[in-house]
Design a binder for this molecule. Structure first.
Ligand SMILES: Nc1nc2c([nH]c(=O)n2[C@@H]2O[C@H](COP(=O)(O)OP(=O)(O)OP(=O)(O)O)[C@@H](O)[C@H]2O)c(=O)[nH]1
Ligand SMILES: [Mg+2]
Length: 146
């Protein structure tokens, strides 16, 4: 039987309500596609600890505050994954591709222009309905009055 991989995935949001995405290397599973940073939970780890470790290893940020967005089970032809998807609303540090991968901050609208693994479709839907993203957009300061 195929094993079920437990994966911690972080949807990191900055003060402009932009979302961090990273490009998967061609040799990785679901390679050459965009992803939300994250990776496999180790057996000894909590789900939160896996998220914090993966985000530091991959994009060099320290998670301060994260809430659960959704959990997704998806069967690929060659493996089964459970994605624990977190909204990371507070973090320290400047995101950069620590594994040489391309990263970028992109608006919710621009996410649709990127190709993600099939398992990610419900994440995009959840983000479109996400209170926190619309709230942070509303809270964005207006242009200064002249
Ligand atoms: N990080 C991440 N993994 C995803 C996403 N969507 C998705 O299906 N996955 C799948 O989740 C699985 C584990 O993620 P990963 O490849 O990042 O694992 P990892 O960081 O531990 O990498 P490694 O295998 O190179 O050590 C992969 O099969 C990957 O295809 C996503 O948005 N982000
Ligand atoms: Mg990874």
């Amino acid at each position: 039987m195929m094993s079920q991989l437990q994966v911690a995935v972080g949807v990191v949001i900055n003060e402009n309500a932009e979302i961090l995405i990273a490009h998967r290397r061609p040799d990785q599973h679901q390679g050459d596609l965009w992803e939300f940073p994250g990776g496999k939970r180790e057996p000894s780890e909590s789900r939160e600890a896996a998220l914090t470790r993966e985000l530091f290893e991959e994009v060099g940020i320290n998670v301060i505050s994260a809430t659960e967005l959704t959990r997704i089970r998806h069967d690929y032809a060659d493996r089964r994954v459970t994605l624990d998807v977190w909204l990371v609303t507070e973090f320290d540090g400047e995101a950069h591709g620590r594994e040489g991968q391309k990263i970028k901050w992109c608006t919710l609208a621009a996410l649709a222009e990127h190709d993600f693994p099939a398992a990610n479709a419900p994440i995009i839907t959840a983000l479109q309905q996400c209170e926190q993203l619309s709230v942070s957009r509303k809270e964005k300061p207006d242009l200064p009055v002249e």
